[in-house]
Ligand binder design. Structure first.
Ligand code: SF4
Length: 355
């Protein structure tokens, strides 16, 4: 803003703010819109907008005028490298919840959203039905971080979808949870959840505990199979390089991936189980790991971004925002581990024709 590149910044939950901002345009942006930060006399003026209690009261996105389901979506679908790894572009975006019930050490979700909120299941189902009728789309992608944060809510929502007189397809992120039982998995499959992604992140118990992930590795593996047996395909994400991770911890995850490969069709069921594995952990701002690096044996260091001359005045500001981190093992070792795990995951993904 000081360089005149940006007029205003929307801070926090943007839906209401952006509507009020748009109403003021193209005129000058008035100070005092809650959730908008502006510069006045070189001083920053901002007024926080509290998080909305009722998510259904927020304005919904308007897709009119976008080429849907026309060329843009078709282009995405053609260009994506792998239909299962990147299924998102086929799905019409929808969101039912915000935030997460967990507090994983490397994640900033709860720093942003503080608490878990859900829309009314009837409102979400009605929105989906309206989008389907208006745009002739049958595939939806949930942008939620933890759609099953409240398993009772998800069951109710699935029942509403099952009651529709047409079949839709859904995908989205859910969290590993003890409450994923045969009933919930069955309802999800009947409602149209063809596949879900789950952030397992590691099967090593010590690292799970350091990550503040509650569930035991065996229970997680069982919940993945509960879903695949019901017909829901699962993509389990596995990270490497959490601070303190040893070779034995790394091996623990590799062994579970290999176990996935050894499952018989009866053990696995009709759903597909694949591992999107070997991604080195990145440091997320506002996560516990970022806020308390000492607790995790991590050292943060400023990181200098090479900038073209005309943006060099931004350097002092960026130096307060950009960091890199030192951790063990080093980058070369991580790259080797990543390659090994990706190869193990590639060999485990063995069930074609999941759709
Ligand atoms: S990593 Fe996933 S489960 Fe953990 S807090 Fe973040 S969104 Fe929730």
């Amino acid at each position: 803003m000081r360089l005149g590149l940006v007029d205003a910044i929307v801070v926090g939950e943007g839906e209401r703010t952006v509507v009020e901002l748009a109403r003021a345009l193209p005129g000058p942006i008035p100070a005092g819109i809650p959730g908008v930060a502006v510069l006045k006399d070189r001083e920053l003026h901002s007024q926080l907008r509290p998080l909305e209690k009722d998510l259904d009261a927020l304005p919904r996105p308007d897709f009119e005028g976008l080429p849907l389901p026309g060329e843009t979506v078709a282009d995405y679908a053609r260009n994506r490298p792998n239909r299962f790894y990147t299924p998102y572009y086929n799905g019409f975006p929808v969101s039912a919840t915000r935030g997460c019930v967990n507090h994983c050490a490397y994640c900033s979700e709860t720093a942003y959203w503080k608490r878990y909120r859900q829309r009314r299941p009837e409102a979400v189902a009605a929105e989906i039905e309206a989008r389907h009728r208006r745009y002739q789309v049958s595939e939806f992608e949930f942008n939620d971080s933890s759609l099953n944060g409240n398993p009772g809510w998800l069951k109710e929502f699935c029942r509403l979808l099952i009651a529709l007189d047409f079949q839709l397809r859904f995908s989205g992120y859910i969290i590993a949870d003890q409450a994923i039982d045969g009933e919930l998995a069955g309802l999800m499959f009947r409602a149209g959840f063809g596949h879900v992604s789950i952030g397992v992140e590691t099967f090593a118990e010590t690292i799970r505990s350091r990550m503040n992930k509650g569930m035991a590795a065996e229970d997680i593996f069982a919940s993945l199979l509960t879903l695949t047996r019901a017909g829901v395909s699962v993509k389990a994400n596995i990270l490497i390089g959490f601070p303190g991770e040893t070779e034995a911890d790394f091996q623990a995850s590799l062994e579970f991936i290999a176990r996935g490969r050894r499952l018989s069709p009866e053990e696995r069921g009709p759903g597909r189980l694949i591992f999107d594995a070997g991604h080195p952990l990145r440091l997320e701002p506002y996560s516990d790991l970022f806020a308390h690096p000492d607790r995790y044996g991590v050292r943060l260091e400023p990181w200098t971004l090479p900038l073209p001359d005309e943006l060099s005045p931004l350097q002092p500001l960026l130096s307060r925002m950009l960091f890199t981190w030192r951790r063990d093992p080093d980058r070369e070792h991580l790259e080797q581990q990543s390659a090994r795990m990706r190869e193990e995951a590639r060999r485990t993904d063995f069930s074609p024709g999941f759709r």
